[in-house]
Design a protein around this ligand. Structure first.
Ligand code: 3PG
Length: 309
């Protein structure tokens, strides 16, 4: 019996990406693809998981219920970077391998971060005089795949770039012409623009707090293309109240979005759905990588991109 790869995406991949994923599977004997797109209820995902040997998801929630429903399920690939949407413990307990596809959508996210900076610097294109990115300080909080692309693009704009990443050696950052700092406090107090690229986990949730944001120089702009949960919303509200110069851009609205949009409409911007990886290129890269990783896993046990224990 052939193995079913379920592509379960509430926010679908571009059609070209799905076609290319299907084409790979069609020429690989022993596999077939099923598609569940734009589903509206989590129960549909649970139901679909029952028939899957492998699943490819984006920000879709691979909860314990979903994982436990998959009697034949052996592998879940998050086509993207962050895997905070997979219940890793449930996966491990059931012997399901969880993987991501690091780097495949990073350029798309970096371009969005820079695009958001320009949009805000130009007053959301309101016709009034704005500012430029050239010569401004940019702090990259976590220098991973996306952070590196942000730095490379920002260099072209003539920004003065700093980065903080406790998991890297100084030379891993400085070789790119980026200045290294050794604490979040130092990064935020130095940089007018901060681009966030930390994952969401128990340590990082709410870690971007009022103190850090208040320490940013005049004209502060926080750009969040990581996860909304890492920014402390109570602190953020106070900072927006107390600092008329402070602006916040987030790729996906925080819980208090309606209140912030009403009070500070000129100084906040939220995407309705996560847009960072919403490009044909990112979908193609991440989608193909996901299919290939699944085929390699069943073919020769390849677990290069495994993220659970
Ligand atoms: C990621 O973690 O890869 C990004 O946040 C993209 O998420 P998405 O695939 O849901 O757009």
């Amino acid at each position: 019996m052939s193995k079913t790869i379920l592509i379960a995406t509430d926010k679908p991949f571009a059609k070209e990406a799905v076609d290319l994923m299907k084409a790979i599977v069609e020429k690989t004997p022993g596999f077939e693809i099923k598609l569940l797109e734009k589903y509206t209820e989590q129960s549909q995902l649970v139901e679909a998981a029952k028939e899957a040997d492998a699943m490819i998801i984006r920000s879709d929630k691979a909860t314990k219920e979903v994982i436990d429903a998959g009697d034949r399920l052996k592998v879940i690939v998050r086509a993207g970077a962050g895997y905070d949407n997979i219940d890793l413990e449930a996966a491990t307990a059931k012997g399901v391998v969880a993987m991501n596809t690091p780097g495949q959508n990073s350029n798309a996210v970096a371009e969005l971060a820079i695009g958001m900076m320009i949009y805000m610097a130009r007053g959301k294109f309101n016709g009034k005089s704005g500012t430029e990115l050239k010569g401004k300080t940019l702090g990259i909080h976590a220098y991973g795949n996306v952070g590196k692309y942000v730095a490379a693009i920002a260099k072209g704009f003539g920004m003065d770039i700093y980065a903080f990443d406790p998991f890297l050696k100084d030379e891993d950052i400085s070789k790119d012409g980026v200045k290294v700092v050794h604490s979040a406090e130092e990064l935020y107090s130095k940089c007018q623009y901060i681009s966030l690229h930390i994952p969401a986990n128990e340590k990082t949730k709410n870690s971007i707090h009022k103190g850090l944001l208040m320490s940013m120089p005049k004209g502060a702009v926080l750009v969040n293309t990581a996860r909304k949960e890492v920014v402390c919303e109570e602190g953020l509200k106070i900072v927006l109240e107390e600092r008329e110069d402070f602006r916040y851009l987030s790729d996906i609205a925080p819980g208090c979005a309606a209140e912030l949009e009403e009070k500070f409409s000129d100084r906040v911007l939220f995407t309705p759905k996560k847009m960072g990886a919403q490009t044909a290129e990112a979908n193609i890269n991440a989608g193909i990588a996901a299919v290939e990783q699944i085929i390699a896993y069943f073919g020769n046990g390849d677990i290069t991109f495994k993220v659970n224990n």
